[in-house]
Each structure stands twice: as structure tokens, then as C-alpha cells.
Design a protein around this ligand. Structure first.
Ligand code: AP5
Length: 220
């Protein structure tokens, strides 16, 4: 399955993409995780992205398109992927169309996580992430068993610098201005589906799986 998870920051795309990877074996391709890893590494991409990510601005399209182009030809992603955080602008969406066409691949589903700005603020200000592998927690909705420690790998949990309330508000403005047109770009296509993302994690997961299975049946 070739999938896109679209939606505002904090809508739950990363949480659901990870669950899908664990439960169905479809690799999560998260541009946010890739950029944060590049920043820790201090690679040229990481150095170029740092200022944008920390301020909640979008990293330039040429950097993001090159990153995805290189990622989608790796062996695991040749069998399928969940794009989490890409595309986020119309030029990125158009570039993805060209990439897939050249590779003779099609999109099976574009899932749009529909959520209010109010819920987003609550989710992002309570989020903690594990240092080693990016496992995602929430102080209230999905707390770790031991405070400050990842259940999966024991590493330290931290708060992302871009989850500060003033940066979250900027990210939301950027989302409405730059990424909402991408939602409209895909809405006209048969592969588009809206997921009500206001429920709890398992509730949203059932909706995601139900939608994907329905698409697979249609395709078979
Ligand atoms: P990125 O890391 O992609 O951030 P984002 O899109 O803003 O998304 P988030 O990771 O904030 O949210 P999410 O939807 O994954 O929610 P999550 O599952 O964590 O990008 C970061 C930055 O990188 C960007 O600002 C930009 O600078 C740059 N960048 C990345 N891609 C780019 C691109 N293509 N072009 C240009 N720049 C790019 O959930 C949030 C919280 O809610 C967690 O605490 C979780 O536990 C909790 N939660 C999740 N689901 C539920 C639920 N159903 N009920 C209750 N709590 C829940």
C-alpha cells in the first residue's frame, strides 16, 4: 500500500503511522523524524533545516523533495509506505506525482486527519518523545509507565522545541496557509478519505485500519 497521512501538526499522524508500521508492516516515512535525525547527526541537510524546524517554518521544497526521492527508492519502501508529514506544499504534492509516475506506482489512499485547533494545542503541549527512536507519548492521553522514560527502549523522554505554545501557533498558521491547499488538491481524487481524529488513539486506529482495508478490497 502507498499511503499519505495528511493533517495538522498534532493531529496524530505519527502515532497512527507507527501503529500501522508495527501492526501491518507498512514502513512509516516521517519527514519530521528524518529532519530531526539529520539535525542530531549535524549533516548538511540537518544544518540547513535546523533554523526552519525550530521556528516552526517549512524547510524549502528542494530539500524536502530530494529527501523523499532518495527515501522512496530504498528496498523497504519499494513495497509500500506511509508518508507522514509529506507533501506539505503544492510543489511537493506535484513533485510526488511525478516521482510516482516515473516509478510506475500509484497512491492507494490519502487519509486526512480532521481535528480542531483546540484539540491540537492540548495534544502538542502534553507531548513527550523518546530520544532514541522517536516513540510518542502524551502526559495525559498516552503516558509512559515510568515518568520520563520510554516504555519501548528505556531512553529519556524530551519535549520538542517546536512544541512551545508560541511555536505551535505559528505551525498552525503555516499549516492553514501552505498545507490546507494540499488537502484540497487530493480531496478531488478517488483515493481521498477523511478520518475523524478527535477520538482516542485506539478509536482512530480502528478508523484508519477500516479505511485502508476497504481500499485494499476495492483494489483486489
Ligand atoms: P513533523 O515532525 O512532521 O511535525 P508535524 O506535522 O507538525 O506533526 P507532529 O509530529 O507535530 O504531529 P502528529 O500529527 O504526528 O501527531 P502525534 O502523533 O505526534 O515536522 C516538524 C517540522 O519539520 C515542521 O514544522 C517543518 O519545519 C519540518 N518539516 C517536516 N516535514 C516537512 C515538509 N514536508 N516540508 C517542509 N518542512 C517539513 O500526536 C501528537 C500528540 O498527541 C502526542 O503526544 C500523542 O501521544 C497524542 N495523541 C495522538 N493521537 C491521539 C489521540 N487519538 N488521542 C489523544 N492523544 C493523541
Amino acid at each position: 500500500m502507498n499511503l499519505i497521512f495528511l493533517g495538522a501538526p498534532g493531529a496524530g499522524k505519527g502515532t497512527q503511522a507507527r501503529l500501522l508500521q508495527e501492526r501491518e508492516g507498512i514502513p512509516q516515512v516521517s519527514t519530521g523524524d528524518m529532519l530531526r535525525a539529520a539535525m542530531v547527526e549535524g549533516s548538511p541537510v540537518g544544518k540547513r533545516a535546523k533554523e526552519y524546524v525550530e521556528q516552526g517554518a517549512l524547510v524549502p521544497d528542494d530539500v524536502m523533495i530530494a529527501l523523499i526521492e532518495e527515501r522512496l527508492v530504498r528496498p523497504d519502501a519499494r513495497r509500500g509506505f506511509v508518508l507522514d508529514g509529506f507533501p506539505r506544499t503544492l510543489p511537493q504534492a506535484e513533485a510526488l506525482d511525478r516521482m510516482l509516475e516515473r516509478a510506475g506506482r500509484v497512491l492507494d489512499a490519502v487519509l486526512y486527519f480532521d481535528i480542531s485547533d483546540e484539540t491540537i494545542l492540548r495534544r502538542l503541549t502534553g507531548r513527550w518523545v523518546c530520544r532514541k527512536a522517536g516513540h510518542i507519548y502524551h502526559l495525559e492521553y498516552n503516558p509512559p509507565k515510568a515518568p520520563g522514560q520510554c516504555d519501548a527502549d528505556g531512553s529519556e523522554l524530551y519535549q520538542r522545541v517546536d512544541d512551545r505554545p508560541e511555536t505551535v501557533r505559528h505551525r498552525l498558521d503555516v499549516y492553514h496557509r501552505e498545507t490546507q491547499p494540499v488537502v484540497e488538491f487530493y480531496r478531488r481524487r478517488g483515493v481521498f478519505a477523511t478520518i475523524d481524529a478527535e477520538g482516542d488513539i485506539e478509536d482512530v486506529s480502528r478508523k484508519v485500519l477500516g479505511t485502508i482495508r476497504a481500499r485494499m478490497e476495492l483494489r483486489a
